[in-house]
Ligand binder design. Structure first.
Ligand SMILES: [Zn+2]
Length: 62
């Protein structure tokens, strides 16, 4: 059930890639898109995160 996509996730607030949380999911009538953000950007705006990613894109020891 977990969806994995390897596309860069751009933060909806600072527009940088590698967002590590999802802050909003649009209704299917609006395309059902998931809106991503950095956890820090979301907390700065007091936006609750729906879920966070644990695969840490581009942040590993490699
Ligand atoms: Zn951000």
């Amino acid at each position: 059930m977990a969806t994995r996509n390897r596309r860069p996730r751009a933060c909806t607030y600072c527009l940088c890639p590698d967002a590590d949380a999802c802050v909003r999911v649009q209704p299917p009538a609006h395309g059902g898109a998931h809106v991503y953000a950095h956890r820090t950007c979301a907390s700065d705006r007091r936006v609750p995160t729906l879920y966070v990613f644990t695969d840490e894109p581009a942040a590993g020891p490699r």
